[in-house]
Design a protein around this ligand. Structure first.
Ligand SMILES: Nc1ncnc2c1ncn2[C@@H]1O[C@H](COP(=O)(O)OP(=O)(O)OP(=O)(O)O)[C@@H](O)[C@H]1O
Ligand SMILES: [Mg+2]
Ligand SMILES: [Mg+2]
Length: 476
């Protein structure tokens, strides 16, 4: 039978406010354990939380960017459970009256656009961090409450996604939007952007949903996609074997590439939600909402459109470049100096991103400033260096941080466009390859390519390819 996957994502994004959600402690990452704490975020008796206005502001920005309806009245609730990383034994969250509902975002996979529903966006607080110490002298856990009370937005999607690739595209789009809004760092590796994936399978064509499992513990986009691919196969195998999928929470094991059961439905928590009595409900007035709406920055879809309209870039290129605000800014700065946008986008999507990825860097951390990349393209355009050498120079720019012109000069990479000098090398190559010359003269067009290659090799890639072609043809 043919099966179809149904996926819905629950995403948590840490907000980049200066202070925590309900107290004035710092949210800075990486401080000494238990130094960013106070009686409020530690949940000591008798304290009163106060909502951080910036959290609501960031929540509003996100809700509006995701095309949600903002609730005129919302409230906080206590989600009760016992765990050592949660000193109050409850998390302040939002339950039945969230900040916003009913939005959507658009994704594009294999050239096909799909609209994915957003069920809700709500505000809550993060828990602390447990550090498990194993090995000799170990066998215990440490707890760091610095993260306790850091504000989160939870963004829940409708079960509209139909493949792991779509889930990844959704997550990437959501990250882009949060980055454009400047409300979160969105680092999956550091946990400032986290994702639980709900997934079920059903026979293709069926209108009802199958039983879902919820997969946790993926800390990269790739892990999200791999975990879903694995889990879908696992569920299909169960159904094919005549079994039934059991509702469960699964953990992705990155090193083994498998999902394992964390808990089944019987072990599911009952959180005993009830309204948080220490915080007043929020009535967000229309003027505040409209002010935030007016001040929304240009978002990825609009910027993508603008790149297509202004520079005539293909949709694919514009999509890749605007997938990160830093990358789009980078592109703009290169194009400001070197206006052939298609050449710039080819270089950025090709060698530039490859070199960044190889170093595990984000576009904002590129060791090559955009002006330097523009210089490199200029050197190629004016014929000072060949395209092949330009690629080498970019590698070296990444490695050394030196400018294009400096590298070209220091290493003597200037393209050979001197007819006399090249002509000599061409003659040598022809003399050394009489059989190939013979082939060419007998009509074997490909032989020319080989001869061009030999000349390039003899000059360490520095020969001007156009001139080499011309000189060869003159002599053949
Ligand atoms: N049958 C299904 N298959 C795949 N995903 C589903 C299915 N049903 C719901 N989802 C998705 O699961 C996510 C969570 O759904 P929902 O909140 O309804 O369930 P829950 O996780 O059991 O409840 P909660 O997290 O609120 O305690 C949503 O993103 C939703 O789109
Ligand atoms: Mg859930
Ligand atoms: Mg939650």
């Amino acid at each position: 039978m043919e099966y179809e996957a149904v996926i819905g994502l629950e995403v948590h994004a840490e907000l980049k406010t200066a202070s925590k959600a309900f107290c004035s402690c710092s949210t800075a990452f990486g401080g000494e354990p238990n130094t960013h704490v106070c009686p409020v975020c530690l949940g000591l008796p008798g304290v009163l939380p106060v909502i951080n206005r910036q959290v609501v502001e960031f929540g509003l920005k996100t809700a509006l960017a995701l095309n949600c309806r903002v609730a005129p009245f919302c409230k906080f609730d206590r989600k009760n459970y016992y765990y050592p990383d949660l000193p109050k034994n409850y998390q302040i969250s939002q339950y039945d009256l969230p900040l916003a509902t009913g939005g959507y975002l658009k994704i594009n996979v294999d050239g096909q656009e799909r609209v994915i529903g957003i069920t809700r966006v709500h505000m809550e607080e993060d828990a602390g961090k447990l550090v498990h110490v194993d090995g000799p002298g170990g066998g215990y856990s440490l707890v760091d409450y610095n993260r306790t009370g850091v504000p989160l937005l939870e963004i829940v999607s409708e079960p509209d996604l139909r493949s792991p690739a779509e889930a990844r595209a959704y997550m990437e789009k959501l990250r882009a939007i949060l980055q454009y809004l400047d409300v979160s760092d969105c680092k999956m590796e550091e946990g400032s952007l986290r994702c639980d994936a709900n997934v079920s399978v059903r026979p293709r064509g069926s209108q009802t949903f199958g039983t879902k499992t919820e997969v946790k513990n993926m800390n990269s986009f790739r892990a999200l996609q791999r975990a879903l691919e694995y889990e879908i196969e696992r569920q299909i195998a169960i159904l094919e074997g005549g079994g039934r999928v059991e509702q469960a929470t699964m953990a992705w094991d990155e090193s083994r590439g498998v999902t394992t059961v964390m808990r089944t439905k019987e072990q599911a928590h009952d959180y005993r939600y009830f309204p948080e009595p220490d915080l007043v409900p929020l009535e967000i007035d229309a003027a505040w909402i409209e002010r935030v709406r007016r001040e929304l920055p240009e978002l990825p879809d609009a910027r993508c459109r603008r790149l297509m309209d202004t520079f005539g870039l293909p949709a694919y290129d514009a999509g890749v470049i605007t997938s990160s605000r830093d990358l789009a800014d980078y592109f703009d700065r290169v194009v400001a100096r070197y206006p052939d946008a298609k050449v710039v986008s080819n270089w950025i999507m090709g060698d530039f991103l490859r070199l960044l990825n190889a170093r595990n860097l984000e576009p904002g951390q590129a060791p090559v400033p955009p002006e330097e990349l523009a210089d490199l393209l200029e050197l190629q355009k004016e014929g000072t260096i060949s395209g092949k050498i330009a690629k080498q120079v970019l590698e070296e720019m990444f490695a050394s941080g030196k400018g294009a012109r400096q590298i070209v000069q220091e290493r003597g990479l200037v393209q050979i466009s001197d007819t006399a000098a090249l002509g000599k090398i061409v003659d040598e190559v022809l003399a050394a390859n009489p059989n190939v010359v013979e082939d060419y003269r007998n009509g074997k067009e490909k032989a020319l390519g080989f001869l061009v290659g030999q000349v390039m090799k003899a000059t360490g890639g520095k020969a001007n390819p156009g001139l080499v072609n011309k000189l060869l043809k003159e002599r053949l």
